[in-house]
Design a protein around this ligand. Structure first.
Ligand code: AMP
Length: 434
């Protein structure tokens, strides 16, 4: 990272921005030697107590730009249930939780990550201990507010919405409205995203006080070191092209994005049947498996993460070399987030988007959004289709495996239902016929 000089020639450091010594040490321990652009802009304003809307590229260090001021304020006036960070995905919540814990380790900060798919009772016990910082997905937090005795957010001083445009969109409308009703209006609010909404009505819902808007990247620009390509192919050959691309670029780390949980699972099975080190990540997997998949990809024991958009936002995995949009994103903004998984921390990266005869309109919307024409990824069709037979065989196996696992789930569901009935009313579950 280049050294940044103030006009009088002094190097800008965390200390010169006003960060207290103990937190400067915490940054150094994480090897954060100089503040990133967004941190340089955000910290002084945050120390003045301003509300902030931050438009920052993924990987820009935006977590630090809201975590550090919160921790500094907490040091000045210690109190429990001090800050709430809302995120759209569970994985992002854990990632932010880790950063708060790392930065706050020296000052004894207690952090709770409250997300779905994890035991509610354990979470209730954690909340009863009144952590300083809560990182949560909206649905589970509302669940606790409604059902966990004694838990409320009345003492909250900071509210952060990370990936705020996603949090403020329709999917989370009910939960966010409920949360905003029980959070003090006298608070500091930070909204951060790489693709911030401009819709005033939505922003007003977050009830900011005279916010300052920071922008460290031009509108919806993806990083300069990212090479972006498209492949225009018939829909029926998508699997074949995917396998061919993964073989051609073997040795790299890939994220392959699919449109649905089912297609994610199918694609991962297909690739595994062909001997490739692929692992799925989607919302229909149990939480422990989701984190397991992410960790296996992070520690490089699996080189291909096949995922839905649950993995497209905010995840910090520096070694992703290639992003493949196997299914084109239906919301063009998701394109920015997906390809933002690569070319991180100064590295270069590639993104290849599959465009079939059905995707032309969506593709054009992406080009308009990023104001850029993608290059055609060079392929030789005969060479790709030479793999057709092997791919077809792997497709058949993947289909069978999917059917078997859905039968297994049904069987387990029925067995669980049966166990709930009084013994006399139980019928033997005939697993053969399901
Ligand atoms: P984020 O954009 O918050 O997801 O951060 C992306 C990555 O940058 C994380 O791995 C952080 O640990 C790292 N990072 C954040 N701030 C700095 C800094 N000032 N210097 C070096 N690395 C940083």
């Amino acid at each position: 990272m280049a050294s940044i000089k103030e006009s009088d020639g002094e190097t800008i450091t965390f200390k010169s921005l006003g960060l207290t010594d103990v937190l400067c040490e915490a940054c150094l321990a994480l090897n954060w030697k100089i503040p990133t652009d967004i941190q340089r802009e955000a910290l002084p304003l945050a120390f003045q107590g301003r509300d902030i809307i931050g438009l920052a590229e993924t990987g820009s260090g935006k977590t630090g730009s809201f975590a550090l001021p919160i921790l500094q304020s907490l040091l000045e006036s210690p109190s429990r249930l001090y800050a709430l960070v809302l995120t759209p995905t569970r994985e992002l919540a854990f990632q932010i939780g880790e950063q708060f814990e790392a930065l706050g380790a020296g000052i004894g900060v207690k952090v709770s990550v409250i997300v779905g798919g994890v035991d509610m009772v354990t979470q209730s016990l954690n909340l009863a201990k009144k952590p300083h910082i809560i990182i949560a997905t909206p649905g589970r937090l509302v669940d606790h507010l409604e059902n966990t005795k004694g838990f409320n957010l009345r003492s909250l001083r900071f509210l952060v919405m990370d990936e705020a445009d996603r949090i403020l969109n329709m999917d989370f409308e009910t939960e966010v409205d409920k949360l905003l009703k029980v959070i003090p209006r006298e608070r500091t609010t930070y909204l951060y995203s790489a693709t911030m909404t401009k819709k005033v009505a939505k922003l007003q819902r977050a009830s900011l006080h005279n916010p300052v808007k920071l922008e460290v990247s031009t509108k919806y620009q993806t990083v300069a070191k990212l090479k972006q390509y498209y492949l225009f192919i018939p829909c029926k050959y998508k699997d074949c092209y995917l396998v061919s691309l993964l073989n051609e670029l073997a040795g790299n780390s890939f994220m392959v994005f699919c449109g649905t949980c089912n297609n994610t699972q199918r694609t991962a099975l297909l690739l595994r049947n062909l001997g490739l080190h692929a692992i799925p990540l989607h919302g229909k997997m149990p939480q422990a498996k989701r984190l397991g998949a992410l960790n296996k990809f992070k520690d490089k024991s699996q080189s291909i993460l096949v995922a839905t958009d649950v993995a497209s936002r905010g995840l910090d995995i520096p070694h992703v070399d290639v992003v493949i949009n196997f299914d084109i994103p239906t919301h063009s903004k998701d394109y920015i987030h997906r390809v933002g998984r690569t070319a991180r921390a100064g590295r270069s990266g590639r993104a290849v988007t599959f465009v079939t005869q059905y995707d032309v309109e969506l593709y054009q919307r992406i080009e308009t959004l990023i104001d850029q024409k993608l290059s055609l990824y060079p392929t030789v069709e005969e060479e790709v289709l030479a793999m057709m037979e092997r791919v077809a065989e792997a497709q058949r196996h993947a289909k069978m495996e999917l059917q078997e696992s859905s039968l297994e789930k049904k069987r387990k569901g029925l067995e669980a239902e049966e166990k709930k009935k009084p013994y006399a009313k139980r019928r033997k579950v005939d697993t053969e016929n399901i």
